[in-house]
Design a protein around this ligand. Sequence first.
Ligand code: ASP
Length: 245
Amino acid sequence: MLIVASSNADVVMKAAMAVLRDGGPALDAVAVAIRAVEANPHDHTVGANGYPNLLGELELDASIVDGRTREAGAVAAMKGFAHPISVARKVMETLPHVLLVGAGAERFAREMGFEAREDLLDDDTRAAWETRLTRDMPREVFERVAEQPDLWRWVKLASDAERALSTVNVIARDARGDIASGVSTSGWAWKYPGRVGDSPIVGAGNYADNRHGAAGCTGMGEMALRAATAHRVVIGLEMGLNVEQ
Ligand code: ASP
């Protein structure tokens, strides 16, 4: 049994390992770990209190892959639900689709009984957004940010190195040798609305195959999208390369 995760999942490694020790499937261990990080209000890169987009809206991305079958589920740019990883898993288990975005993902989450939430950003997180934007943006532009006809000009704020990046990645192998991998993120801080990164794109930010291994990405998602990085890493393992190579 094995769990490999990004450091922000430290706090839940014991709970996730307990799932595997009790004979639970890798998919459950991945979901337990990621849900805990999504619920952590101090992590500003995943789930509740993630840093929002340029408009101050929290848009979440997540995916999960079952290494036994390469079945996968994902949601992207989803607003108003705290646990995108669980909605992604439901997509995998319930629909003949892999990826739902925006309003469709939100509709599906409601149909599956997930609680819609309006309180996913606290005052401090909103204040961080306002402080960062108004450092560069004139106050009158900020006050009407949603109506700006050239919002694209402000996307340069999204490369704010202090705040832009991080994600939770969890890969688990259970007692049967089955592998699952999950990724969840609020994406780049202050991103352009509707921007989708690598995390919910199977093969880019997340991939698992029982026969060879799994990979999850963090960092500039645009790079992993361009290079199909997670799939490429697993193909490398299939070809006999080691992880370092
Ligand atoms: N890869 C994520 C994204 O681009 C962010 C990160 O992992 O830092 O949305």
